[in-house]
Design a protein around this ligand. Structure first.
Ligand SMILES: [Fe+2]
Length: 375
């Protein structure tokens, strides 16, 4: 898998290390949406009583002290039986046991080799055994090792504690889910999970071969929920966060304008799809999404404000099966695939009932907290 690019020798070092691993995604085909099975439904408060129900994957509530903590893992790139993955498993176990969050979201690239389903089960086992609800937004690598995306997703969904619903009929991808967080006055937060899929090839005079993009069906799905939550909230958008694997092209645009992170490490350029299908514009139009939370670019764990919302990277949670160069003190320049001294971690989000903003920080394996921000 590595040989063609390494032998070609036409890429810079950084291209070899970063882009090829990602470009491996382009070797696989895309999945199609499977039929919907059943859905947990949250009945909205409807003055007329005639409003349709909203399917949500989970409706959570603040703790008695008014707090709610979401723990985000990303890019564990786990391979069962591979000692290079030991750190990933330890990272996940340690964080879940120490933080005791109310919800865990894994933003994809869960696995990075065969046996893929067994690898997924193994790295997600600390979640499945924790008694804490959790969900995934699949990454581009999660269906590249033999098992179709729907089957990987189904195997994950069968694990205890997983709240993802089956793929939604007519909505592109698998892991598109809506989670809500309610207080005494109703839904105060919505967490949208999108499946940013793998790769796409558009044939034609100029063939386009790039990371996949968020499709119209997913945007329509998001909009229908967003509109309904706004309606339920008396016409005011409900503060929301969007979680998915591959960042949006607008992050490149922000960086090109000279807008930089307000916290965190910026160790590599973002690698979004070349195609922009307008999800960012929809978020702005609907006015509810405060932050776009992704993974994918392992050497980034920053927070960057762009207009009314934030681009937020999770902290790489994997081991040494793939490139990673974030250490305790930040990005470690290195000519090697992985650098000695790298530290895996996760990102936390803390919400308080009645408070529209949120707190976020990076937590390194072992407990060091970095980048505490109240946004
Ligand atoms: Fe990754």
């Amino acid at each position: 898998m590595w040989a063609p690019v390494l032998v070609a020798g036409a890429f810079s070092y950084s291209m070899k290390r970063r882009s090829f691993l990602k470009n491996a995604a382009f070797l696989t085909g895309a999945a199609v949406a499977a039929p919907a099975l059943k859905a947990c439904r949250l009945a909205p408060d409807s003055p007329s009583g005639a409003a349709p129900e909203l399917p949500v994957s989970g409706n959570f509530h603040f703790r008695a002290d008014g707090s709610f903590t979401v723990l985000q893992f990303t890019d564990t790139h786990y391979i069962s039986g591979d000692p290079r993955s030991r750190r990933a498993l330890e990272c996940v176990k340690e964080a879940v046991e120490a933080v005791k969050p109310d919800l865990v979201i894994h933003t994809g690239d869960i696995v990075f080799g065969r046996p893929d389903v067994e690898s997924a089960k193994e790295i997600l086992r600390p979640l499945a055994q924790s008694g804490i609800p959790w969900a995934v937004a699949l990454g581009n690598h999660d269906s590249q090792f033999g098992t179709p995306r729907e089957a990987v997703f189904q195997a994950i969904r069968e694990l205890p504690g997983c709240v993802n619903l089956p793929p939604k009929e007519g909505v592109y991808g698998c892991s598109n889910d809506v989670l809500t967080l309610s207080g005494n006055k109703g839904v105060e937060r919505v967490f949208y999970l999108f499946d940013s899929m793998d790769a796409v090839v558009l044939k034609g005079e100029e063939e386009i071969h790039c990371y996949d993009y968020i499709r119209h069906s997913q945007i329509g799905w998001y909009r229908s929920h967003s509109e309904r939550f706004t309606e339920m909230n008396g016409g005011r958008p409900v503060p929301s966060l969007a979680f998915f694997h591959i960042p949006l092209p607008e992050l490149q645009e922000a960086l090109a304008k000279g807008i930089g992170p307000i916290a965190g490490n910026n160790g590599e350029p973002p690698c979004p799809s070349r195609l922009n299908s307008g999800l960012f514009a929809q978020f702005r139009e609907m006015g509810d999404v405060q932050a776009i939370v992704t993974g994918h670019d392992h050497d980034c764990d920053y927070v960057l404000p762009y207009g009314s919302l934030y681009f937020i990277y999770g902290r790489f949670s994997g081991g040494d099966t793939i490139y990673n160069h974030l250490g305790l003190e930040g990005y470690i320049p290195s000519n090697t695939h992985t650098a000695p001294g790298t530290v895996s971690g996760c990102r936390l989000f803390r919400f308080r009932e009645g408070v529209p903003g949120f707190h976020t920080c990076v937590r390194l394996q072992g407990g060091v907290i970095q980048q505490p921000l109240d946004l």
